[in-house]
Design a protein around this ligand. Structure first.
Ligand SMILES: NC(=O)c1ccc[n+]([C@@H]2O[C@H](COP(=O)([O-])OP(=O)(O)OC[C@H]3O[C@@H](n4cnc5c(N)ncnc54)[C@H](O)[C@@H]3O)[C@@H](O)[C@H]2O)c1
Ligand SMILES: [Zn+2]
Length: 310
């Protein structure tokens, strides 16, 4: 059976979960069912959560069609729906039986969505691999006018996109395999996300996740430099790649640094008052902080980084 969901985060809900589950039951699906999640990250998270709970759990095959879903959402086994209290608050770990990716489907993805996906691609390079980041930079430079334009139809570009997608999946898979339930090393994937989530929620979700992560990576790297954790020049290097991807590198002028700081305290990753940041030591390596992979930063340092940027 083929079940559909209208596009948009607004449909990643318990109501959609209930409707899809009911439709599967009505169609006579049983324990031998496999769910195939064909779509962006919204579909992947929603269908993954349906699969995690249907008959106490049936396999899911992820077939991501957005860049973000290919390089991030489909890898790692997190599934969830949103509630009025916040995003991804109800869900389950349910690793896919398989992930099938055909990068060529990206040719129809709106360019703003493509660029937003590149934020996570850039993140993967910054947190673990300078030579991979160089390949990403080469690809972004070869797209006419950098980010903001649809990729040309030539084989060379698509070959490069395929390589970058494969490289990004491999990096996320390696990090997740080392730490499935976010006890330690997996925290490096949160780079850019503490500030990013704060900006995203203050924008009322008007900015895309990837756009906010792009801003977050630049600000957090700058904060890391100020705290003496991050090698000087790292934030500027991150900013340059972010710009190349057609992504914003500064917090919107309408957002006060204090408001962003306050919003970071609402983040799931905040523990006992101190807000922790996953920070690069330099491009290609994250600060291990004695195996905790996150560092508490003084408010003053964060505010200065928000005000001055890279
Ligand atoms: N589970 C995880 O680990 C994880 C990680 C990151 C993000 N996510 C989740 O992923 C979601 C965001 O995913 P997203 O950025 O893919 O958004 P999305 O699923 O809303 O897709 C973006 C838009 O692109 C459209 N689209 C998708 N593929 C297309 C294609 N090939 N051609 C044309 N249009 C296409 C969609 O219909 C949608 O309108 C969020 O809900 C987020 O919480 C989950
Ligand atoms: Zn993200």
């Amino acid at each position: 059976v083929r079940l559909e969901v209208p596009p948009g985060e607004a449909f990643k809900t318990r109501e959609s979960w209930a409707r899809l589950t009911d439709e599967m039951l009505a169609a006579g699906c049983g324990r031998d069912t496999t769910v195939i999640a064909l779509g962006g990250g919204v579909v992947g998270d929603l269908a993954g959560f349906v699969a995690a709970t249907f008959m106490r759990g049936v396999p899911v095959v992820q077939v991501p069609t957005s860049l973000l879903a290919m390089v991030d959402a489909s890898v790692g086994g997190k599934t969830a729906v949103d509630t009025p209290a916040g995003k991804n608050l109800v869900g389950a770990f349910h690793p896919p039986a398989a992930v099938v990716i055909d990068p060529f489907v990206l040719r129809t993805l709106p360019v703003g969505e493509l660029n937003a996906g590149f934020a996570e691609v850039v993140k993967h390079g910054v947190i673990s691999d300078t030579s991979y980041l160089r390949r990403v930079t080469d690809l972004l430079s070869s797209l006419p006018g950098g980010g903001g334009t649809p990729p040309p139809a030539d084989d060379h570009t698509w070959g490069a996109i395929e390589e970058v997608v494969a490289g990004s999946v491999a990096i996320k898979a390696r990090v997740v395999a080392a730490d499935e339930r976010e006890g330690g090393m997996r925290k490096i994937l949160n780079f850019g996300h503490t500030i990013g989530h704060a900006v995203e929620s203050l924008s009322g979700y008007a900015l895309r996740h990837g756009e906010c992560v792009a801003i977050g990576m630049v600000v957090e790297a700058a904060a890391g430099e100020r705290a003496g954790v991050t090698e000087p020049g790292t934030a500027a290097a991150v900013r340059d790649v972010v710009r190349l991807a057609g992504l914003p590198d500064q917090v919107p002028a309408t957002m006060a640094p204090e408001a962003i700081l306050a919003a970071t305290r609402g983040d799931k990753k905040a523990r006992a008052g101190a807000v922790e940041y996953a920070l690069p030591e330099r491009v290609g390596a994250m600060a291990s902080a004695g195996g905790r992979w996150s560092v508490p930063l003084p408010d003053r340092v964060v505010v200065e980084a928000l005000e001055r940027g890279a």
